[in-house]
Design a protein around this ligand. Structure first.
Ligand code: ZN
Length: 120
């Protein structure tokens, strides 16, 4: 099994209503998203074309979340909840007989991130 990853960033605003702390008031983050696909190589020597990952992530995630106010899309947009929303939008679209969505990492700051991984 080979893991293939691609990294993305998007800017978005949020505030956490059921939370008391720094993220309670409206503010923005530059989120970093790392999408990892697992699979076997095809006859061209590739698991998945990086361009295909880019297209799927752009159409299903970035076009919606980039420069958005995330609260209008996801209730209580914690990094965990945003990561689950992204996972659910990508899973079926990055799945063939040969590869599948293995993991996503979502960074809210350069040192704080959430990981979701496929359960077997
Ligand atoms: Zn925040």
């Amino acid at each position: 099994m080979i893991l293939v990853s691609k990294e993305f960033t998007f800017d978005a605003a949020h505030n956490l209503v059921k939370y008391h702390g720094k993220c309670e008031k409206l503010h923005g983050h530059t989120y970093k998203l790392i999408v990892t696909i697992a699979g076997e190589k095809d006859e061209e020597g590739m698991v998945i074309d990086f361009l295909e990952i880019k297209k799927v992530v752009k159409e299903n995630v970035l076009n919606i979340l980039d420069h958005s106010y995330i609260n209008e899309i996801i209730e209580q947009p914690s990094t965990e909840n945003i990561a689950e929303w992204i996972w659910n939008r990508l899973f079926d679209k990055l799945k063939t007989e040969r590869y599948f969505l293995y993991e996503i990492k979502l960074y809210e700051t350069p040192t704080s991130y959430v990981t979701l991984r496929k359960e077997f």
